[in-house]
Write a protein of this length. Sequence first.
Length: 493
Amino acid sequence: MMAHIQKLSSDEMEGRAPGGKGEELATTYIAEFFKSIGLQTSFQTTPLVGITSTVSPMKLAGRGGMRTLKYADEFVAWSKREQGSVSANADLVFAGYGVVAPEYQWNDFKGVDVKGKIIVVLINDPQLEDQTKFGGKAMTYYGRWTYKFEEAARQGAAGAIIVHETAFAGYPWEVVRGSWSGEQFDMARSDKGASTVAVQGWITRDVAAELFRAAGQDFDDLKKRALQADFKPIPLGIGASVEIKNALRNVDSRNVLGVLEGQIPEYVIFSAHWDHLGIGEPQNGDKIYNGAEDNASGIALMMEIARAFTKVQPKPGRSIVFLAVTAEEQGLLGSLYYSENPVFPLNKTLANINIDGINLYGRNNNSIAVIGYGYTTLEDILREVVSKQGRTVNPEGEPEKGYYFRSDQFSFAKKGVPALYTKSTTVEDDREYTENRYHKPSDEYNPNWDMKAAVLDGEALLEVARRVANSEKWPEWKPGTEFRSIREQMLKR
């Protein structure tokens, strides 16, 4: 695993951005490895559009006078529309969390038409005391930044700006500016992105607090008001204007598949994303975002699980698929494309096991955490397996960060396939990594990493997959999970 990580996160790979030298090198390396261990190997072409946005300073005008926001330091913005120039010049409206959730009797837009406005929304979903709504402390998909931009488009907004807060995002502002600088990717859409909200962006919490003060409002007070079921959008009496110039290119990126064929035409799919952020804004003189832990490490573990599976006797009854996907960092695009264009039928796919980052620190406190704890019976199989290692299965330590919706298992879950995502790192190691290396050029290979916990995790995930591949009983979503009905409908076809 160390050798794979060192290779995939080397400067030669240029940060493994889709559509460049790094993609060619990384996907070829993975495919050649799959071939070398005897897997049936192929590529799935994934059409993307690359958009490099040049953004003007954002100008604000209102009762408090004029204010210009500095790009990168105070805001970031981009557009997913395939147009050379995109602009917004509109009034700002505070729209709470930007959520419409009929199942929770929640609508942040009720009574106010925000068509043609730029909405300002809070990060995450409403953190309510009522544990029956929005998962209690645990974040739902309504808290994801992708959802907020999708809902803004449905509401006809001219733009959507999310207020960044480190505690709720799970990463500092430096991650925002690093992740959304340089070329961004989206699915190649038939409407050229016309259905997306024209301007998407973030502002810092300090800027938001200043903005609300200029509108005669208090940031903390508005946050409290946004938690009330009777909240309605609040016009801020401030106009905002921003212009974005886009350079466009079409890219045929690729997912890599390696298949260990079974006797039954049914499938268990491992997934991990090979991409990272490429070359971006320099930090401490380094502009290559190597992505060693995120996610050269996950690819490395999946590759070695694949090697081990080729030696398992007897061979598994169902096929084991190893899927290395593109453009996870751009919004789970590679796994989204696969889920909408599956190489193997999803109603014949028993489970997805996703690997995004592994334990490089040796410490695991004799436990492994399930991200999305309580979702599927896969965690019951995992519990049996790790008990033989002397370990226990625990819920994730920070459910409010919404990690289940932030990696490729979510693309499978949305289509109804039971999906397992685990981590054995400690909360302290996760926080140290997030503060110092996550989505930064400093996420580099370290020869001093301790892989013994990663090996235990790999052995456990292999055994879970082996049991699923040989069992008469299919994994299921547990009662009450939002994906269960999707699966039930799928299996009736």
